[in-house]
Design a protein around this ligand. Structure first.
Ligand code: TMP
Length: 214
């Protein structure tokens, strides 16, 4: 039986989601909400090793192998961390989840969308986020924030544009995904996000059932 609440942060690279996830977790912890803050790829010992391969492996990785590595990290993460925390009634705040795979591997790398969707479903054991907040940032700002690593910039820009477009389109199609303009000062963005989550009917039901904010 699932009693917790599953909240996911998404967006293109350097959109500020990790900072916002951390700030929100801190604020909710101070309110006494039982929660875990975690991330994908990663979140477990095995997942963090897979993350290192995904982010730092020097050779070429084929798109399908890359997809399966993300899904392997996810399967371990959901089975050993996310699902148990949700069963215990906790708030799970996760920095990226299945939407990232649709945006990066399907839209970005061109892998078949329904294949990615099915693998996402299997790797997540059917668990879906209750709410996903996509921080939307122009690609030019993302690239600027990447700073000194300006190699293969045009290629990166084209890829990131596809990813951003996918996030925007997916958020239009689904009522559980919120697109938030992220080119804002950190504190203003934090307030917007906190407000959005606290007044969301699903989150309010969770808070009420757990007798939070009382
Ligand atoms: P991070 O920027 O959130 O640390 O994520 C690391 C990278 O992993 C980022 O470039 C996005 C990428 N990613 C995918 O391509 N597919 C996925 O399914 C996930 C979870 C992340």
């Amino acid at each position: 039986m699932r009693r917790g609440f599953f909240l996911v942060f998404e967006g293109i690279d350097k959109c500020g989601k990790s900072t916002q996830a951390r700030l929100l977790a801190g604020a909710f912890k101070r309110l006494g909400i039982p929660l875990i803050l975690t991330r994908e790829p990663g979140g477990t010992v095995l997942g963090e090793q897979i993350r290192r391969i995904l982010l730092y492996f020097k050779g070429n990785v084929s798109p399908m192998a890359e997809l399966l590595l993300y899904e392997a990290s996810r399967a371990e993460h959901v089975a050993s961390k996310v699902a148990p925390a949700l069963r215990q009634g906790k708030l799970v705040i996760c920095d990226r989840f299945t939407l990232a795979t649709l945006a990066y591997q399907a839209a970005g790398r061109g892998l078949n969308l329904s294949l990615v969707d099915r693998l996402n479903h299997w790797a997540a054991f059917g668990i879906k986020p209750d709410l996903t907040v996509v921080l939307d940032l122009p690609v030019s700002v993302s690239l600027k924030r990447m700073g000194r690593k300006r190699d293969r910039m045009e290629q990166k820009a084209a890829f990131m544009k596809k990813v951003r477009r996918a996030y925007i389109e997916l958020s239009r199609r689904r009522s559980d995904i919120f697109l938030v303009p992220a080119d804002e000062p950190v504190d203003r963005l934090r307030e917007t996000i906190e407000h959005l989550i606290k007044r969301h009917p699903k989150f309010r039901r969770f808070a009420k059932s757990r007798r939070l904010f009382q």
